[in-house]
Design a protein around this ligand. Sequence first.
Ligand SMILES: Nc1ncnc2c1ncn2[C@@H]1O[C@H](COP(=O)(O)OP(=O)(O)O)[C@@H](O)[C@H]1O
Ligand SMILES: [Mg+2]
Length: 471
Amino acid sequence: MNFESTAEVSIPKDPLERVIGQNEAVKISRIIAIQKRHLLMVGAPGTGKSMIARTIANLLPSPQQELSVLHNMDRPERPILTVRTRKMLEIEKGEKEKEWGEVICPAEVPSFVSERLGFRCKRCGDLSSSRALYCQSCGADKYPNKDSPFGDLLPNSEQRDGRVHAVRIDEDGEEEPVIYEKTEDDRILKLTYSELKKRSVAKAKKLRKVIVPLNRPTFIQVVGNNETEILGDVRHDPYGSHPEIGTPPYLRVTAGAVHEAHEGVLYVDEMTTLGEAQKYLLSAMQEKKFLITGRNPSSAGSTVRVESVPCDFILVGAMNINDLPSLSPALRSRIRGSGYEIVLNTNMEDSEVNREKMSQFVAQEIQMDGRIPHATADTVEKVLEESRKICRLTDNKTGLTLRLRVLSGIIKLAGDFASLENSEFIESIHMNQAIKQAKSAEEQLEEKYGNIWSAGMADYGARLKKGSETA
Ligand SMILES: Nc1ncnc2c1ncn2[C@@H]1O[C@H](COP(=O)(O)OP(=O)(O)O)[C@@H](O)[C@H]1O
Ligand SMILES: [Mg+2]
């Protein structure tokens, strides 16, 4: 080892370079992120499937489209899908925040306007803040209460005008209506009619629900086969969208994982647990859009439909070799038709280069964990030994194992022991402790009671099985 501790081992910046022993998969992952292809990874647990899927997602550019549904006045049960791009959203935001019209001082408007807005005194003509009820120069009240017999004594601030309409003659001698409005900070806003209109359009709140926001992760993971989670849903409304007490259909629409993964990666761990949902997934991949409707036929949501909701995702599927036969052939051929299928390695050659890779792996795990100290060269040597052992026992081969989750667990455990002792490094003694501790339940049982499938236990197992069959 050409280092004393893993603190000296350099960790690549490129996240794909951090995946060790899976050169083929790494090469393909780069292509997938650029060309937007699908990927099926077949491999043993802990060999880096999830890690690779996450990395592909990180290589993708940030999403450019937001998906939302609008209330449909004519047919509320058919909310209207809208796609707004990042650019459109930026423009809309600008319009909303834009100051329409021109802010001017009370002295710059016709005097009847400043009087009505409460800046100018009707008696002496002096200007003062519109918030003052009495003229600051002559003391006259600016808002005489016309309806009250004591009107001249009790000014009525309710009578202040917030807005005055007037007519202006423009350059061509044409009359143009203008509006003067009091601003929050006691000044006057002058607006032409067209400006007023644009402002109200910009400020108008559409009846809209964003179902897939613009700023979202590009990595969406599906576990299990919950159809509503995968495909979206329209919630039930016990009040049947009643105009007063119900919730309008568009507000009850929720996107599924296929939609949330639009422009990103949809990671399906254990593909075969999808069951029936495989065929929906296939159709979503083919069409790149998928209907959202209430998935419970007896619910009020099932009458609501939003057609063609975009779902242009990269499918990254993972599974065990044993499950391959239960994968839908149609889905599989779809992936192969526009993507790749790879089997991950479970071990690699015990070479100089690969031993270095293992040191890098140890350094990475320590860095990622963030709470454990670095490891000495001896410790890395121990990790290599353990790696050889696992390779021999599980794959019956000489080499280094790539079932790295197991090793990762041992390293962290050893790290915890080192931390407990306030040790500067993870030493090989901590590794020994960790290896002992990390034994799986099966291994511990075997140690204590011998092989559970040896005579007595197997017999017991068989009896159990028989019992449950007759029960
Ligand atoms: N090929 C690899 N290169 C580097 N680290 C790995 C690799 N495979 C697994 N690991 C480590 O083990 C952890 C678990 O791996 P994971 O990607 O979840 O395995 P899988 O999804 O295949 O079961 C990862 O977070 C990573 O720390
Ligand atoms: Mg995984």
